[in-house]
Design a protein around this ligand. Structure first.
Ligand SMILES: Cc1cc2nc3c(=O)[nH]c(=O)nc-3n(C[C@H](O)[C@H](O)[C@H](O)COP(=O)(O)OP(=O)(O)OC[C@H]3O[C@@H](n4cnc5c(N)ncnc54)[C@H](O)[C@@H]3O)c2cc1C
Length: 496
């Protein structure tokens, strides 16, 4: 029997996640013969995209734009408050959380094309959208969202990936599983003209007009993590797929592709201290512990170490994993009382909390020094402001006074037992450093010239995120630049 890799293709797409599949479908629909290479076996296909909460950050002028994605009755629309999240709002968010370092051109392309790309995914690919349950707060009859982080794929990452594979199957796009990119083929003019791949039967050389790299970051490669992120990351738990090991980065840089962005930076979040060493598809993103805003966090010496209320979770969760990992043994313990414990995300149900009626008993259950924990909680409580209203739906300005580190919002005393504690660690999600691309998703060389025939999208690209990241932007980036890659690789102009 002939292998899939024995046939001829115009476009070879490397990877089996959101970035790769959107590229493959866009190229196919523009008339190209496309092959998708997925390193994972079929049962584990879908990369990090399958693990996600399916959240897509997009610009919108108001509820009318959201209703283009999610059909809603007028009644239902009146019960949600999504606010407004314009191009400028999105741009300001990215620049604020990245310390102004995100590439302006790439950021503008991402934002401009966010909403139209989600509409394309709905109408052409069959992706169903729904409101996210993340960071939304019920306020009387109205569900209030953190603007920008409003819409997720139905059934989250699992649903998204299933829909994308179904869309590819309907089009007859072949997927070669357990087949990995080894290196890129180049002609004497420097054009990328195909890829060398390896499957169970050995090596094969695939000629192609263009290759699109959607092979993810290098977060599952301990050697690259240690080399680029530092020794602290050597043994970190990986939240998602174990297949993203920087293969595409290395293959492209061997040809002179330009490394770009924050190579020493990554997205890392608080996760259950007992989470598995690599993501488990039965748990997907459920090991996350993102309700730290409503309590305090202490290290194994029972001391606070971070401003738990600096901002909404959407703007701190991706950097706080690093802060936890910097603590002794990489552990941070989240402590809540009965005033806020009802606000914890449902995902906390996958963990086993330590619960106690006194702070001393809680310390004993957590193997912490009881006197120190008592002092930490008393000190925190004494610095909480009095007489102001706690409001989780806004940055409520309920800030500690004269405490180090401060808690800048949602600071209410921990004094209503039983107390509930969840031990956490930092888990790596994806890496920020990657290949430099332009707004056509063409990979650039060291002189900022496109490498003919080579494209990249998703986690493998750099220059979008530095130090931190606004929730929901990873999937949006992959879809926007995946579609652009598929179109440009086939000589098709991007729609306005
Ligand atoms: C638990 C979790 C939750 C998340 N939640 C969200 C969220 O709600 N919203 C959001 O925007 N982002 C989220 N993210 C981040 C998001 O997953 C990524 O930004 C996005 O999915 C990356 O898509 P991608 O297609 O670039 O990479 P992936 O989806 O990881 O796909 C990479 C693919 O490349 C394949 N591959 C690797 N090497 C090779 C090779 N040599 N040859 C062939 N194939 C190869 C892999 O097997 C994989 O299929 C989350 C991540 C995790 C881990």
């Amino acid at each position: 029997m002939r292998r899939l890799t024995d046939r001829l293709y115009d476009v070879v797409v490397v990877g089996g996640g959101n970035a790769a599949l959107t590229a493959a479908i866009a190229a196919h629909d523009a008339g190209a013969r496309v092959l998708v290479l997925e390193k994972a076996p079929e049962t584990l296909r879908g990369g990090n995209s399958r693990f996600t909460g399916g959240l897509f950050r997009t610009r919108y002028d108001g509820i009318a734009d959201i209703r283009r994605l999610i059909p809603l009755s007028d009644d239902a629309a009146a019960r949600v408050d999504v606010g407004q999240y314009t191009h400028d709002d999105f741009y300001r968010t990215v620049m604020r959380v990245t310390g102004g370092q995100a590439d302006p051109e790439l950021t503008n392309t991402l934002i401009e094309r966010s909403l139209p790309t989600m509409e394309w995914m709905k109408h052409d690919l069959g992706v169903a959208w729904e409101f996210t349950d993340l960071w939304a707060v019920q306020d009387g009859d109205v569900l209030r969202f953190t603007p920008g982080a409003v819409v997720q794929a139905l059934e989250k990452g699992v649903g998204l990936v299933q829909t994308l594979y179904e869309a590819a199957a309907r089009r007859g796009i072949p997927i070669a599983y357990r087949t990995k990119l080894m290196r890129l083929l180049q002609d004497t003019k420097g054009r990328v003209v195909g890829a060398q791949v390896k499957d169970a039967e050995g090596f094969a050389e695939l000629p192609a007009v263009a290759v699109v790299l959607g092979s993810g970051g290098f977060q599952a490669n301990p050697e690259m993590r240690t080399r680029y992120l530092g020794p602290k990351w050597n043994t970190v738990k990986v939240r998602g797929t174990g297949f993203n090991t920087g293969d595409g980065h290395r293959a492209a840089m061997d040809l002179g592709a330009q490394p770009f962005g924050h190579w020493a930076g990554c997205h890392a979040t608080p996760i259950d201290a007992d989470a598995p060493p690599v993501g488990d598809l039965r748990l997907t993103d459920k090991t996350n512990r993102l309700s730290y805003l409503y309590g305090i966090m202490v290290n194994i010496y029972a001391k606070r170490f971070v401003d738990e209320g600096e901002d909404f979770g959407a703007y701190t969760y991706a950097k706080i994993g690093d802060t936890i990992l910097s603590q002794p043994q990489g552990i941070g313990i989240q402590i809540f009382d009965q005033k806020t414990v009802h606000l914890l995300e449902e995902r906390y149900n996958t963990g086993t909390p330590v619960v106690a009626d006194t702070i001393e008993a809680l310390a004993e259950g957590l193997h912490l020094d009881a006197a120190t924990l008592r002092r930490t909680v008393d000190e925190f409580n004494a610095h909480c402001p009095k007489g102001k209203r706690f409001d989780p739906s806004v940055r409520d300005g309920l800030a500690t006074e004269g405490l180090e580190p401060p808690k800048s919002n949602w600071a209410v005393p921990i004094d209503k037992p039983p107390y509930v504690a969840y031990p956490c660690t930092g888990g790596i999600t994806f890496t920020f450093g990657g290949l430099r691309v332009n707004s056509n998703a063409q990979v650039l060389d060291g002189e900022n010239e496109p490498i003919s025939g080579l494209y990249a999208s998703g986690e493998i690209t750099g220059g979008f995120f530095y130090f931190n990241y606004p929730g929901g932007t990873g999937l949006m980036r992959g879809a926007v630049f995946g579609r652009l890659a598929g179109l440009h690789a086939t000589g098709t102009p991007a729609p306005n």
